[in-house]
Design a protein around this ligand. Structure first.
Ligand SMILES: [Zn+2]
Length: 276
């Protein structure tokens, strides 16, 4: 009995150290998402995220065939450049340059029927030919592209890794952070981005991150002068016709709540349309 209590005390003590450490870390690693102003905890440096993304990108591309469809390549690059130039300009005007650190926008199209697209935290945006059958106009490419850019700008990957570090493998991962054990950081990145399991199929973000990426994505679309009003119809069509084989839509379930939220933020996004 005595022993049991002692063990419990020890465990509690260890736990309280972890909690205390976590609070300390949270206190020093708090960030704010641009535009939405939401507070977030970021335990990893952008440098770490960029370097892990670079490795993941090289791995994904080495196992993929680049598209030779010039229409797709041109459309993805044009929309990508329009959106990222608009957002970069806005961020610089606001003096938020730090949020672009470690991000170099680059656009690729992969020859594959996978219905998927993603953006790594280093700014590498990849579309698969499969999704181009659905996003077959510049405005529709901009819906998906804006959403993906938003995940990178809002540092959702870093935040998810930070949450996993504290909640999932609390003690170990916290020591990884405090001791900069790159192997464990790498493991968390792999967990967060599905790297090493199914290449290019990123694990779903939380609902909170999805809603935020939808809202910021529409704002980014508006800044670049794309038609934000196509977004609700696009997600409605996907919610009716999407299936689990369409990777992008299985990780981005577009239920009624999500579509309602998109409609709700349209007027806010419209305020970012450049005045002629
Ligand atoms: Zn998303």
């Amino acid at each position: 009995m005595k022993r049991k209590i002692f063990c419990k005390m020890r465990r509690d003590k260890t736990l309280s150290w972890i909690v205390a450490g976590a609070l300390l870390v949270a206190a020093v690693a708090c960030g704010k998402v641009m535009i939405t102003g939401r507070s977030q905890m970021l335990l990893f440096s952008q440098g770490e995220l960029t370097s892990l993304s670079n490795q993941a990108y090289t791995e994904i591309m080495s196992k993929s065939v680049p598209s030779n469809n010039s229409t797709h390549i041109k459309m993805v690059n044009k929309v990508g450049q329009d959106l990222t130039q608009a957002v970069d300009r806005y961020v610089k005007e606001k003096g938020w340059d730090k949020s672009l650190e470690g991000i170099t926008w680059k656009f690729d199209v992969i020859k594959s029927d996978q219905v998927n697209a993603f953006c790594l935290p280093n700014g590498n945006i990849v579309f698969y030919e499969g999704i181009m059958k659905i996003t077959n106009t510049p405005d529709l490419v901009a819906v998906v592209m804006g959403h993906e850019i938003a995940h990178a700008l809002a540092k959702h990957g870093n935040e998810r890794m930070s949450q996993e570090a504290l909640v999932g493998v609390a003690g170990q991962a916290l020591s990884a952070y405090l001791g900069s054990e790159s192997e464990k950081t790498q493991m968390l990145f792999g967990l967060a981005f599905g790297v090493g399991t199914q290449l290019g199929v990123l694990l779903p973000y939380s609902r909170k991150h999805e809603y935020e990426a939808d809202r910021l994505g529409l704002i980014i679309m508006a800044m670049a002068g794309y038609d934000i009003n196509v977004a609700p119809g696009f997600w409605e069509k996907m919610s009716a016709g999407g299936n689990s084989k369409m990777e992008f839509f299985s990780t981005h379930p577009s239920d009624a709540n999500r579509i309602a939220q998109i409609k709700r933020v349209l007027p806010e996004a419209a305020t970012y349309i450049p005045k002629k």
